[in-house]
Ligand binder design. Structure first.
Ligand SMILES: Cc1cc2nc3c(=O)[nH]c(=O)nc-3n(C[C@H](O)[C@H](O)[C@H](O)COP(=O)(O)OP(=O)(O)OC[C@H]3O[C@@H](n4cnc5c(N)ncnc54)[C@H](O)[C@@H]3O)c2cc1C
Length: 380
């Protein structure tokens, strides 16, 4: 067993750290306040290869492994989780979904643009009545021979307004249940495809979250991903990898808050000494560091499983469950260590605390991760 990173991994991590410090940090508070999408940074992230990290270079990607992906996600998330969720969705839901399950024509047409950041993608599964229970799809896709007609609503869609390519899950044959669900590639501007207003959120306020509406949208059959009825399996397989990205996001949020808290505790004085010398604060730091390191091990293990071609359904669920819990708990502690300063925007930790919460909700809530893990255990 080797816990050390390769030279290439260290280089990639350092490049992401440098980008986060020089490009994401300036303006992160203003973007959060104004709910502003980090528009100017999309092109730069595309140039650095952050939008198609694991995609084969023949489709414009960086051809890196999942370990590189989580290293990049951790560094970006330490500073700006709104930018990192855009990266995560584009990489592990949209690019991966197309590369693993799309046909050659679909990859040539869409994947190359998505992997380079020429455009970005969105993954559309959730609906007002189908969140955790994703099999209850109400969006319909009626087979009309050479095309489908889509009707319905998707909500909470990350990159919803900014994306140009949308992977949309819809029910074709209700009687077949989850086997009657399909996945489609939609393009912005298709007649009948409307984008609702941006959500006003607690955290990741710079990310672009919208409701989408489909009214008789005509989608060519060539835009269906995989065989008829493959859509639900497509969504579950894709989300399994997506959870590695969100676990790395949670890890980055926790690690970012911890680094700020450690630094602050060495500078702030109370009762004649730096507050890190008070055991109550020192023990908080010890717990934070230990649990963040444990979360990092789970995140790395899930990424390693993916790189090795192992099944990663359980390891990604465990990584997301634990890393998101650590993110929530330790961002609260980071605020506490900052005292009153923790409660104001300029010290960053209050934003990290607000951002942490979503990691326990999207791409499967913590309760759903426990269902995935316990089912895996019982099945053996
Ligand atoms: C900011 C944001 C961005 C998002 N981005 C996307 C996106 O890009 N694409 C997309 O498709 N979706 C996206 N989502 C949707 C997200 O994945 C769902 O919100 C999430 O899956 C939960 O679904 P729900 O909100 O309907 O909650 P519900 O399913 O109604 O759950 C409510 C509560 O009940 C619990 N619960 C439900 N069923 C069970 C059960 N069987 N056992 C135990 N507890 C249960 C849940 O854990 C939760 O605590 C996003 C959401 C947000 C807030």
């Amino acid at each position: 067993m080797d816990f050390s990173l390769t030279e290439e991994h260290i280089m990639i991590r350092d490049a992401a750290r440098d980008f986060a410090q020089t490009e994401l940090l300036p303006g992160v508070i203003e973007r959060d306040n104004a709910q502003k999408f980090p528009e100017s940074l999309v092109r730069k992230m595309g140039e650095l290869g952050f939008l198609g990290i694991m995609v084969d270079p023949k489709y414009g990607g960086s051809g890196m492994d999942a370990i590189s992906y989580v290293l990049i996600m951790e560094e970006l998330s330490k500073i700006d989780a709104s930018a990192s969720v855009m990266v995560s969705v584009n990489n592990s839901l949209v690019c991966y979904g197309l590369e693993a399950y799309g046909n050659e024509e679909q990859k040539q047409k869409y994947l190359t643009k998505l992997a380079t950041g020429e455009c970005i993608g969105a993954f559309c599964l959730s609906e007002p009545e189908a969140g955790s229970d994703a099999t209850s799809q109400k969006t319909t896709a009626i087979d009309k021979g050479d095309h489908y007609i889509l009707n319905g609503t998707k909500n909470w869609i990350t990159n919803g307004g900014r994306a140009e390519v949308y992977l949309v899950i819809a029910q074709t044959d209700k009687h077949k249940g989850s086997h009657g669900i399909n996945a489609f590639i939609l393009e912005k501007g298709m007649p009948g495809f409307d984008i609702g207003p941006k959500e006003d959120k607690l955290g990741i306020r710079g990310s672009d979250t919208h409701t989408l509406q489909f009214n008789d949208v005509k989608v060519p059959k060539s835009n269906r991903i995989g065989e008829d009825g493959f859509g639900f399996r497509f969504a579950m397989k894709t989300l399994s990898g997506g959870r590695i990205g969100i676990a790395a996001q949670a890890l980055g949020i926790a690690a970012g808050a911890y680094e700020l808290a450690l630094k602050y505790s060495k500078e702030r004085k109370a009762f004649g000494t730096e507050i890190c010398n008070h055991q109550a604060i020192a023990f908080k730091l010890a717990d934070m560091h230990t649990e963040i390191e444990a979360a990092r091990m789970l995140v790395m293990k899930a990424a390693w499983d993916k790189d090795q071609g192992n099944n990663y359904d359980m390891s990604s669920a465990m990584a997301k469950l634990y890393a998101s819990k650590v993110a929530m708990e330790h961002t609260v502690e980071a605020v506490q260590i900052h005292g009153g300063n923790g409660f104001v925007k300029e010290y960053h930790v209050e934003r990290l605390m607000r951002d942490a919460k979503i990691t326990q909700i999207y791409e499967g809530t913590s309760e759903i991760q426990k269902i995935v893990i316990s089912r895996g255990l019982i099945k053996g």
